[in-house]
Write a protein that binds this ligand. Structure first.
Ligand code: PLP
Length: 442
């Protein structure tokens, strides 16, 4: 018998000892009685994962083509990541930012190296993408460049229509979607959204009063929409000309997701700051903001920002382990090869109208099957049909499917989905037309 003061000696205790086991239906009933309703009803209750597969409470297996929304970079329960996290936790789990730890320093150095950051670049660690962007928002506010020379006061931040940068008040001010923003007005002031991909609009808006421009290289939440060719380089020129910061949100696109370490990797563009999160910890929560060069890295000084958990030993160990595996196991090459394979196979399907994205961040629009009305949520019905058939995919829009699988997805695993997709679309179409005829009957 263990007492509160004598540690349990069994090395690994199954979590079911603590929470018990039950059916999916029963967990979901308890969920709705105990969890805040911000996420709607969860699609399934997941109990276990291995590689690219997860299992639900009723024992059903799924191929995970969403990877916890571009998070599970190395799939589930990766043995190396798991062992590094366990050993760090068993050695030193948390210290607060009154102290530092070897893993924190090593991860900062590794990120600066991977980002090709010039001398004097620095890293701030947070716990999520939203928090990384929140830090970037405060960084932007500190851009008072030229003010001392009698220059214009900087009060404006520019972001793009379609942008998603997070849900806290600062990050939400950067996010474009009205439905997310409007209930929470007033948001921090000064953020202007310009039409996506329109360089003339950008030139007209970014001026000497601009603190920063925020960009996603590929808008993930908007349905995997890449910036037009050349836009990023021109955005760099425009912001540099007026002394505004260029802040790149690579929360979804970074850490190998596109087949490069960062989506801006081959553009030659050096931003002023870059936010990371999602894939960075291989499933363990961590976010980071990289500031490029000494001037940007000095904008926030001691006491101006902080976090209790950010950059803790376990999270930074998890990220180091994830980066190590990506680097040493040819994962980026796999992302490029499997991503190309999936995109070209999708492009050949009559069920698919358009394919977008890079590496293993893939969005595709569904062609409208006969009999399905244009305003029906076809993509949501495909997600449902996918779950029934053992595939996890996501619908960021009513006609759009997003795939962001583990970066270790194999071509064979991808092929099981590609082979099933036509049938999933026809089942989804059948379900929608049936719903419609029921509505007409009643
Ligand atoms: C997911 C996401 C965020 C928010 O990250 P969280 O970890 O959910 O806070 C911010 N920006 C982009 C581009 C994202 O995809």
């Amino acid at each position: 018998m263990s007492t509160p003061n004598t540690p349990e000696t069994r090395p690994v205790r199954p979590i079911s000892d603590l929470v018990g086991t039950s059916t999916g239906e029963s967990w979901l009933a308890r969920y709705s009685n105990s969890l805040m309703g911000v996420f709607g009803t969860p699609q399934r209750v997941l109990v276990r994962g291995q590689g690219c597969y997860v299992w639900d409470a009723d024992g059903k297996q799924y191929l995970d083509l969403l990877g916890g929304i571009a998070v599970n970079a190395l799939g589930h329960a990766h043995p190396f990541v798991t062992s590094v996290i366990s050993s760090q936790l068993a050695t030193l789990g948390h210290v607060s930012n009154f102290f530092t730890s070897p893993t924190q320093v090593a991860l900062a150095e590794k990120l600066l190296e991977l980002a090709n950051a010039p001398a004097g670049s620095k890293v701030f660690f947070a716990n999520s993408g939203t928090e990384a962007n929140e830090a970037a928002f405060k960084l932007a506010r500190m851009n008072t460049r030229n003010a001392g020379d009698g220059g214009a006061r900087r009060t404006k931040i520019v972001a793009l229509e379609g942008a998603f940068h997070g849900r806290t008040m600062g990050a939400l001010a950067l996010t474009a979607k009205k439905a997310y923003r409007e209930p929470f007005a007033p948001l921090p002031a000064g953020v202007v959204h310009v039409p996506f991909g329109d360089l003339d609009a950008l030139r007209a808006e970014v001026d000497e009063t601009t603190q920063a421009l925020f960009l996603e290289p590929i808008q993930g939440e908007a349905g995997v929409v890449p910036l037009p060719e050349g836009y990023l380089a021109e955005a760099r020129r425009i912001t540099r000309d007026v002394g505004a910061l260029l802040i790149v949100d690579e929360v979804q696109t970074g850490v190998g997701r596109t087949g490069e370490w960062f989506a801006i990797g081959d553009s030659g563009v050096v931003p002023d700051a870059m936010s990371l999160a999602k894939g960075l910890g291989g499933g363990f929560p961590i976010g980071a903001l990289i500031t490029f060069g000494p001037e940007n890295s000095a904008l926030l000084s001691a006491g101006q920002h902080g976090t209790t958990f950010g950059g803790n030993p376990v999270a930074t160990a998890a990220a180091l382990a994830t980066l190590h595996v990506i680097e040493s196991q040819g994962v980026l090459a796999n992302v490029r090869a499997v991503g190309d394979h999936v995109r070209s196979a999708l492009a050949k399907l009559p069920e698919v109208a358009e394919v977008r994205g890079r590496g293993l961040l893939i969005g595709f629009d569904l062609a409208l099957p006969g009999g399905v009305p244009g305003d029906a949520n076809l993509a949501a019905a495909v997600v449902e049909a996918g779950l029934a058939a053992g595939f996890i995919v996501n619908a960021p829009g009513p006609r759009t499917i997003r795939l962001a699988p583990p970066l270790i997805l194999t071509p064979d695993q991808a092929d099981t989905f590609l082979a099933a997709l036509p049938e999933l679309v026809s089942r989804a179409a059948a379900a929608l037309t049936q719903q419609l005829s029921h509505q007409e009957d009643s």
